[in-house]
Design a protein around this ligand. Structure first.
Ligand code: ZN
Length: 90
């Protein structure tokens, strides 16, 4: 049991040391990896319903080499349908 307590203390010490090494990052609940979450969280516009939403939660679709993001798969399908119709009509 004492060994476990010792391990725990070492772990706490390690965490404290890490916090000291990274000033201003005390509240980092994320573990080791610090990915640029800000870049991932930009707002994009759904080309179909014109709603803005965080890109991360959107549906990604590459159309003609262009990457588009939709708020839902429903919007994506309707948008694709629209394109198809526009193309077939000329
Ligand atoms: Zn939409």
């Amino acid at each position: 049991m004492r060994f476990l307590i010792l391990c725990f203390l070492i772990y706490i010490g390690y965490r404290a040391l890490k916090a000291l090494m990274l000033p201003g990052r005390f509240s980092s609940r994320h573990e080791t990896r610090q990915e640029p979450a800000m870049i991932d969280d930009i707002m994009v516009k759904d080309p179909f319903c014109e709603t803005y939403f965080p890109r991360r939660s959107g549906v990604k679709e590459v159309i003609d080499g262009e990457t588009l993001y939709f708020c839902s798969t429903m919007c994506r399908d309707k948008y694709l349908e629209q394109i198809k119709k526009a193309r077939s009509s000329g």
